[in-house]
Design a protein around this ligand. Structure first.
Ligand code: ZN
Length: 296
């Protein structure tokens, strides 16, 4: 699922192409996509694009008059750009947003249609779609630590819950925890001051580094290779491969239809995940389906 770094690069690419353009129409190809009844599509057509932003893991297109298109890509939703007018692709096409400068295509490469579009009028209605997580890149260390200790979850859960922190998901939480050399299964309320400081720095560094890296990969073009798996990642998706920090094999634990990767040498003092930490993670109030958490 696209997280803060991927979504930041989408926001930049959209702003560059849509600034000042007019929404001239919208083709919705999938009956599952639109999750709101009012305002109507027609209420948005003819309005000028004012900018794009990220709200937790959602993308928000702002149109004049406080009209918003809120897109949740979920796991397989992606955006494409076409300078010429285009219809949604037959295969995987969810919608096409026709702007005066070009078309934004919304696709989803999965049979399970999870991606969503909400049309919203007014900032209050938009605020209701904010799960409330802290924006780590805008926060100082004190605010970060306070938020972390306000709940007692495993660190893996705390980082990925959009009600606690915004924009971080399964992939970047693996990367952040390895950087911070902290176990994914450590309880957030029990973290020491030094560990909390390390986690804060790791969050900021990893997210900023990846924004820069993904921006470089897009190289001014509209991002086309949006994926949770990258060669440059240290932990995520690297099961059995040597840790780039210490050379030990990366471990994995499967939970809630998902997988966490970690390095035992760097993060758990060499301990492979014991039953106790596994059950701690499993009992950590995870929803049955991870999408329930991601969908917040
Ligand atoms: Zn390691």
């Amino acid at each position: 699922m696209p997280e803060l770094p991927d979504l930041t690069v989408y926001v930049e690419a959209l702003d560059e192409r849509l600034q000042g353009s007019e929404l001239q129409g919208m083709t919705i190809a999938s009956p599952f996509l639109l999750r709101t009844v009012t305002p109507a599509v027609d209420d948005l057509v003819g309005r000028i694009y004012l900018g794009c932003s990220r709200l937790a893991k959602q993308l928000v297109f702002e149109l004049e008059g406080e009209y918003f298109m809120v897109i949740h890509l979920m796991i397989s939703g992606r955006l494409q750009w076409s300078q010429t007018a285009k219809s949604p692709p037959k295969r995987n096409g969810l919608a096409a947003f026709h702007f005066s400068t070009g078309t934004v295509l919304f696709t989803e490469a999965s049979k399970k249609k999870r991606a969503s579009l909400r049309l919203v009028h007014g900032r209050e209605s938009l605020a209701a779609l904010n799960p409330g997580g802290l924006e780590v890149l805008d926060a100082d260390e004190a605010a970060f630590v306070e938020r972390l200790r306000s709940v007692n979850h495993t660190l893996k859960r705390a980082l990925t819950d959009q009600r606690i922190f915004a924009g971080i998901g399964n992939a970047y939480s693996d990367e952040i925890l390895l950087r911070a050399q902290l176990s994914p299964f450590k309880q957030s309320a029990k973290i020491t001051d030094a560990e909390a400081a390390r986690l804060f720095t790791a969050c900021q560094d990893v997210l900023l580094e990846w924004v820069t890296l993904l921006r470089g990969k897009a190289a001014g073009k509209f991002p086309t290779k949006v994926t949770a798996f990258h060669d440059e990642m240290v932990a995520h998706g690297k099961y059995k491969q040597p840790c780039l920090v210490c050379g030990a094999p990366i471990q994995r634990i499967v939970y809630a239809e998902n997988e966490a990767n970690y390095c035992a040498k760097c993060q758990t003092e060499g301990r492979l995940l014991a039953d106790r930490s596994l059950s701690k993670l499993l009992k950590d109030n995870w929803p049955k389906r991870l999408e329930d958490l991601e969908n917040l």
